[in-house]
Write a protein that binds this ligand. Structure first.
Ligand code: FAD
Length: 318
């Protein structure tokens, strides 16, 4: 019996999301007396994976294929799942995970359950709580198949380092002829990735123009946060599309989300419902965001944000 984890990478190293999946998998492996198998498509240092619970680590050298390739990743993973007799496979809820999960489920004959927010409550059948309707509701689902592919919601479990056996094996990259050729990938120039950030500072059209974005950046750098924006802001070209959050943009599951000059339209809120604490700064007390926020400041962003930065800097010095 084995729990297989797909480790996402960032710059060739396991991402924070990948380590969270390992912590989640470690708890499942212990509850079911299974081995925890990590699969990483990189030749990076494996010590971190051992420290976070991996019993066996498969490194897959993709030298000829530097981009995420759904068909070849899925083929390689399904071979490893068969080899290890996987009963549970865990992927993330990122775009890679959302492509890979269903594809793997088809290849392995498994059930696919997306957006798990907690550990399974039973294992025979496997019962798990999933978030649905953009985190506005929950479903409790049972998997009747012998193998289940789960995707875990970001930040739903956290990282809890606990060493595993750490046996390292290499595995060949599947030579599947891909029907899809990725010709170019443009990586977002974000210093802190929105997906991995604990804190996200996000700006909307209330900022009036890109020349005022230093307010968002200053606040973000004071807090060690990632920067994000609403859809119109990226449509207007004030910020790159990689920063757009919401229903049609990136989901954010940070511990703290600060929305500045963002009205709180339903399509924006759909992307941030999973964030734990939401703070809004808006000069319109009737802005819908106040209903969704935990804390709100009614005020002009151009006055409030500089004062907030000043106070935070003073607090950090104290
Ligand atoms: C199919 C579809 C999908 C969509 N997907 C998304 C999505 O993924 N993400 C997304 O964000 N939107 C999405 N939208 C757009 C969404 O409906 C809203 O239009 C958008 O979120 C509004 O952006 P905003 O709040 O920045 O701008 P606005 O609606 O213009 O709001 C600006 C806010 O700033 C406040 N403000 C103005 N001046 C100041 C100031 N000086 N200080 C403080 N506050 C100030 C105003 O009171 C207002 O509340 C989608 C729309 C559709 C139809």
């Amino acid at each position: 019996m084995a729990v297989v984890i797909f480790i996402e990478t960032q710059n060739g190293k396991a991402s924070k999301t990948g380590l969270e999946l390992l912590s989640y998998g470690r708890s499942i492996a212990e509850a079911t007396s299974a081995s925890l198998i990590a699969v990483i498509f990189s030749d990076s240092d494996t010590q971190e994976l051992t420290d976070h619970g991996a019993d066996v680590i498969y490194t897959v050298d993709t030298a000829t294929d530097s981009n995420f390739n759904l068909e070849r990743y899925s083929a390689t993973l399904s071979e490893i799942c068969a080899l290890e007799k996987a009963t549970i496979v865990v992927v993330s809820s990122s775009s890679e995970g959302r492509y890979l999960g269903p594809s793997l489920a088809v290849k392995t004959g498994a059930t696919y359950l997306s957006n798990a927010v907690a550990l399974p409550t039973t294992y025979n059948p496997l019962t798990v709580k999933q978030s649905c309707f953009t985190n506005k509701g929950f479903a409790i689902s049972e998997s009747m198949s012998s193998c289940t592919v789960l995707s875990l919601s970001s930040n739903a479990f956290g990282i809890h380092p606990q060493p595993g056996r750490g046996e390292v094996k290499t595995y060949p990259y599947a030579s599947t002829k891909s029907k899809l050729e990725v010709t170019k990938v443009e990586h977002a120039q974000e210093s802190i990735s929105i997906a991995d950030a604990d804190i996200v500072v996000s700006g909307g059209r209330g900022l009036k123009g890109p020349e005022h974005w230093h307010l968002i950046e200053d606040l973000a750098s004071t807090l060690g946060a990632a920067t994000a924006c609403s859809k119109p802001v990226s449509d207007l070209g004030w910020r790159p599309h990689s920063e757009h959050v919401g229903q049609t943009g990136k989901p954010v599951a940070s511990n703290l989300y600060i929305a500045i000059g963002i009205s709180g339209a339903i399509q924006h809120l759909a992307g941030i419902n999973a964030s734990k604490v939401k703070v809004v700064i808006n000069n319109d007390p009737e802005a819908p965001f106040f209903k969704a926020a935990d804390y709100g400041i009614v005020g002009d962003a151009f006055e409030v944000v500089p004062r907030l930065i000043e106070k935070l800097k003073a607090l950090k010095k104290a």
